[in-house]
Design a protein around this ligand. Structure first.
Ligand code: TXA
Ligand code: MG
Length: 313
């Protein structure tokens, strides 16, 4: 496995992940903050631990291409890149499969999925032992530098993590390169551990760069975010006629993000419930007020974006 981590520790880490806990683990790029990607609640805990003010979509880690193809639809050029560079510091964004079990919160409600097969032996061992897809953003508090040692993780996240697997320093030290296969041509969404030229050599052509004007755009902002078909009315104290009501705490409704007023539970339910209510074909969804503390900040941010006037449609 590794001189620093033994099989018993990997088994323990896998058990924690399957129970919905958080495990920091080394990859060849940076340390990741891992959680069960199929559990809304475990994914919500990741956002909480990082203190992210928004729900940026997370990268889903799997042990090999076969596992990745169970989650996403790979066009031929994406599969070709995967065959050449996986396992390794490359993340591929593809449309999510219809039967994909990954939490909608992990992809922030997007119909796409960022997939990565890390090369690090500890990451590989852990992913095989968990036998489930694992979300893993860099294991740092939001807005801080990505950790490349277990000590960085401990200093930044400390007790918010249930277990840290110490595999020493990360070899690459910068995050994975992200290439998106969603539009007509593939796009470089984030430069990283694999250089553009190596990817272009395999693809046989230049790679478009995602940018707005001259400035590169952070991948999370680039994607059009999930917006329901229905109009959203926020901070709604109660339901008006013709509306469907998404409740919170004591304000109950057609769905309730968290009857007990727990913001982690509310985050875990947010995208799934919005989808469910939207699928009823309603014209308007009213949403109860959500407190602005803790994960409430990210929930309100996402609701605001979902309620904003649409450029498409
Ligand atoms: O090297 C890495 O990729 C590390 C290690 C731990 O694997 N992970 C990492 O994750 O850097 P994170 O969460 O810090 O960065 C995820 C990036 C974000 O910029 C996000 O916007 C983008 O991936 N991303 C995730 N899902 C996406 C999607 N469906 N479409 C576009 N961008 C996406
Ligand atoms: Mg990061």
């Amino acid at each position: 496995m590794s001189p620093l981590v033994n099989a018993a520790e990997i088994a323990e880490a896998a058990r924690i992940l399957r129970d919905g806990g958080l495990v920091a683990f080394p990859t060849e790029t940076v340390y990741g903050l891992g959680a069960d990607a199929t559990s809304d609640r475990a994914v919500a805990r990741v956002y909480e631990a990082k203190g992210r003010p928004t729900f940026n979509p997370l990268i889903v880690h799997v042990p090999d291409l076969a596992a990745a193809e169970k989650l996403g639809e790979f066009p031929a050029p994406a599969r070709r890149l995967a065959e050449v560079f996986w396992p390794g510091p490359l993340t591929i964004v593809v449309p999510r499969r219809k039967d994909c079990p990954v939490s909608l919160l992990a992809s922030a409600g997007l119909p796409s999925l960022a997939l990565r097969v890390p090369a690090h032996p500890i990451a590989q061992g852990l992913l095989k032992a968990v036998d489930r897809p694992v979300v893993a953003p860099s294991a740092n508090p939001s807005g801080r530098m990505s950790p490349t040692t277990a000590a960085h993780v401990r200093a930044g996240l400390g007790r918010k993590v249930d277990l840290i697997l110490d595999g020493g320093a990360c070899r690459v030290g910068v995050e994975s390169t992200i290439v998106g296969f969603l539009g007509r041509e593939p796009q470089l969404l984030r430069p990283g551990g694999i250089v553009r030229e190596d990817i272009e050599r395999v693809m046989g052509h230049r790679l478009a760069t995602a940018s707005a004007g001259d400035a590169p755009v952070a991948p999370g902002q680039l994607e059009s975010h999930y917006a329901p078909h229905a109009a959203l009315r926020l901070d709604a104290e109660r339901r008006r006629s013709g509306e469907i009501y998404l409740g919170f705490g004591k304000r109950d409704g057609d769905r309730n993000l968290s009857p007990s007023g727990d913001l982690v539970e509310a985050a875990a339910n947010l995208f799934r419930m919005l989808h469910e209510l939207d699928e009823t074909g309603t014209k308007s969804i009213a949403v109860a007020p959500i407190p602005h503390e803790g994960l409430g900040e990210a929930i309100n941010d996402r609701l605001r974006r979902a309620a904003a006037p649409r450029s498409r449609e």
